[in-house]
Design a protein around this ligand. Structure first.
Ligand SMILES: Nc1ncnc2c1ncn2[C@@H]1O[C@H](COP(=O)(O)OP(=O)(O)OP(=O)(O)O)[C@@H](O)[C@H]1O
Ligand SMILES: [Mg+2]
Length: 390
């Protein structure tokens, strides 16, 4: 069901080719929640490891580490998580079975190191020594498998999650510098994170963000939206005895409601499919699926925005202000623009803006007084969908 992302995939494939020739170009994929960062990395993983062929039919053969970070992790935990996945990746590759004994020993001992670190005195293990060790094992594996593997690809999903204290920026900077010093030039790093990741990296090392080429994920295009829904239907039709189709109007409505956000698209399409009972998904099914009890809007709201939108705001007027702002996505909007979109008394508007600002639902422009914006584009898309029938 994966569609689109051709530019991103072609950039990353290019970067993998360059890594193979000793010129890695690290990449950072930035995007709001549900925009498809993890899905893109899943594709990259498959291409890089050779599970999926490239467009010309050839296959890459990278050793791929793939980790997902979380809020609890500190510097050492991230290193440990990389080492554990290094071990997994090696053990999965048939060609690596002949790997030198000492590399395997190191990787097994790593677990022990981690336990010791957690249970006893933290000072027992110096994270920087561990980093050095990890670098030397990467270098060793790359050198010993140069005739087999194209190199090592490290995919780090949700890189924005660890706190600033975990110093991910510094970790990456040191890792890449140490590898370069050792002449180990066939390792490439890809990261994903929500907007704000770059600032977080910079907070622990000013120049760490410059290591990466940043790609910002955008919503899918209209034809890609439709292709995703059609692929989903095809998949369902292969399993179900009765074939379901969708009207062009319904397809268009799903695309409109979701504004190209893959997660929205999946949710609206799935709920429309569920609401349908005559094997033809119509506009009415889309509408029922979206706005019915436990419908797509509710699901998405709970997952992403409910707290922001429903729980915190009791007043309909406040919601109207958000509706007016949603027309500008996450761009800056001033009072006049909001007033032009809705009928609202001046004092009510002022109170609403103040309350929304205090609750962190809208963001004030630090340089222009009286200008505000919604926190994310997807929040704007969801509000717009909400008011399409309200
Ligand atoms: N290019 C795509 N084509 C079709 N479906 C997609 C695509 N990208 C993502 N999806 C679907 O959209 C949903 C959200 O995608 P995904 O989990 O990859 O987003 P994410 O950016 O990693 O989200 P989060 O920030 O919450 O981790 C999933 O159901 C996924 O299958
Ligand atoms: Mg994800």
């Amino acid at each position: 069901m994966f569609h689109g992302r051709t530019e991103e995939l072609s950039f990353i494939q290019q970067s993998l080719f360059q890594t193979r020739h000793g010129n890695p170009q690290h990449f950072l994929i930035e995007g709001e929640r549900g925009l498809g960062k993890s899905s893109l990395f899943l594709m990259v993983h498959q291409f890089a490891s050779g599970q999926r062929p490239l467009a010309d039919g050839s296959r890459l053969n990278f050793l791929v580490l793939s980790v997902e970070l979380d809020t609890t992790q500190a510097f050492f935990d991230i290193l440990r998580c990389l080492a554990v996945d290094f071990q997994r990746a090696l053990s999965e590759k048939e060609q690596a079975k002949t790997m030198a004994r000492e590399v395997w020993d190191f990787l097994s001992n790593w677990e022990i190191l981690g336990v010791r670190y957690h249970k006893q005195d933290e000072a027992l293990v110096q994270p920087y020594e561990v980093l050095n060790e990890l670098v030397s094992r990467f270098a060793q594996v790359i050198a010993r498998t140069k005739d087999t593997f194209d190199g090592i690809l490290i995919l780090i999903d949700e890189a924005d999650r660890p706190g600033v204290k975990a110093s991910l920026g510094e970790l990456i900077k040191l890792l890449t510098e140490k590898l370069t010093k050792r002449g180990c030039d066939r390792l490439v790093i890809g990261m994903t994170g929500q907007p704000g990741l770059i600032e977080k990296l910079k907070a622990s090392h000013e120049s760490s963000s410059r290591i990466f080429t940043t790609l910002s994920l955008k919503p899918l295009h209209e034809d890609e939206n439709k292709a995703v829904v059609e692929s989903g239907l095809n998949a369902a039709n292969q399993i179900n005895p009765d074939l379901t189709s969708i009207t062009p109007e319904a397809l268009k409505m799903i695309a409109q409601l979701s504004e190209g956000y893959p997660h929205f698209l999946q949710e609206f399409a799935y709920k429309a499919f569920e609401a349908d009972n005559d094997w033809v998904i119509s506009e009415l099914d889309v509408r029922d699926g979206a706005f019915g009890q436990n419908g797509a809007m509710n699901q998405l709201g709970h997952k992403y925005f409910n707290d922001l939108y429903f729980v915190q705001i009791g007043s309909d007027e406040y919601r109207r202000v958000l509706q007016a702002m949603a027309h500008y996505s996450d761009d800056w909007v001033d009072r006049d623009k909001i007033r032009a979109g809705i009928t609202i008394k001046d004092t009510t508007l002022n109170n609403a803006l103040q309350a929304l600002k205090n609750r962190g639902i809208i963001i004030p422009n630090p340089t222009v007084k009286g200008e505000f914006r919604l926190p994310t584009k997807s929040f704007a898309a969801w509000i717009k969908a909400f008011f399409m029938f309200n």
